[in-house]
Design a protein around this ligand. Sequence first.
Ligand SMILES: NC(=O)C1=CN([C@@H]2O[C@H](COP(=O)(O)OP(=O)(O)OC[C@H]3O[C@@H](n4cnc5c(N)ncnc54)[C@H](OP(=O)(O)O)[C@@H]3O)[C@@H](O)[C@H]2O)C=CC1
Ligand SMILES: CC(=O)N[C@@H](CCC(=O)OP(=O)(O)O)C(=O)O
Length: 330
Amino acid sequence: MDIAIIGASGYAGGDLIRLLLTHKEADIVCATSRKLAGTPVTKDHIHLKNLIDLEYSNPDIEKIDADFAFLAVPHTAAMQYAGKLKECGIKTVDFSADYRLPREIYEKTYGVKHSDYFKAPYGIPELHRKDVKNADFVANPGCFPTGATLAAAPVAKLAHTIIYDSKSGVSGAGDSISETTHFPNVAENILPYKITAHRHLPEMRQEAAFLESKANVYFTPHLLPAIRGIITTAHILFNEPMELEMIQKLYQDFYKNEHFVRLQPAKLGGVRGSNFCDINFELENDGTRLVAVSAIDNLVKGAAGQAVQNMNIMCGFDEAEGLRMPGMFP
Ligand SMILES: NC(=O)C1=CN([C@@H]2O[C@H](COP(=O)(O)OP(=O)(O)OC[C@H]3O[C@@H](n4cnc5c(N)ncnc54)[C@H](OP(=O)(O)O)[C@@H]3O)[C@@H](O)[C@H]2O)C=CC1
Ligand SMILES: CC(=O)N[C@@H](CCC(=O)OP(=O)(O)O)C(=O)O
């Protein structure tokens, strides 16, 4: 299947190429970058040298001859291309936030007018597999909402409050340099940011509602002195005391057929480079608070890997195709 990657020079686009190179059905025929058009993909993605022979091109959608596309461009840029890809009949997974939320909530959260809105399934396959399967355009979720939602999903319905406390590696901010991501500001530090009002909170609330949870949902992200990975500690508060056995059964049942969710200690070293989400939990002595911890690689289960998982579902391929790489430890 011929594949186009719009925004292939970024971190998420680069990781997508890495994964697709091992995919039996995928043949990357187009990789765009406006800044690097006309130069080899391996000029900046030097880790891919001898593995891909392709030059960057400009994102001229009308000229793209592909069966499937990934939009790995920033939010507000994706909406410039999404409709055209639809018109050309090219199935697409969008990495950006442009189609993850209802229009009004998107516009309020991102402070922009949406210029080409349509509804798309929210691509956490473990929750929305049926909708993804029938879609020709899927909104890949944010990295924080993926790890957070998976941590709480089996018990969200029972909670009155869920507090997500997440820590992310710096690659989550993309490849542009800013004061926040400057080495001396990140190293030997854990930096809380957008402490009560991060743009991913509406996605987390949307998914809690989908899970029939009436819980109040809160979120605080932190920047970690790491390159990849997100650890989310979910504090899940119940009205009634819960029994550990029941909680264990809820998690086991919810994830029993899910290859990419593993109930085991959540550590970055267990998931780095892989599409897995590891989850473990402990119940407070009095049974009223569950602390569930999840670990994902923000660029894989939080972006490119989940996008490939969605493509596999949309195209009827084995869901794990191109995603069989284990985590990198140590
Ligand atoms: N980094 C992460 O962990 C995650 C990222 N995402 C999402 O994935 C997308 C890409 O993120 P990331 O790789 O980190 O970002 P980067 O900034 O690293 O890369 C952005 C890519 O998009 C291209 N681009 C930027 N603006 C435009 C435009 N207007 N038109 C066409 N191409 C454009 C850039 O190339 P050029 O400017 O040369 O055209 C580059 O290839 C974003 O929507 C992000 O929110 C989602 C989950 C996790
Ligand atoms: C560490 C860091 O800066 N993370 C980014 C989110 C990562 C991400 O890519 O989310 P989207 O797909 O919604 O852009 C942030 O906090 O905005």
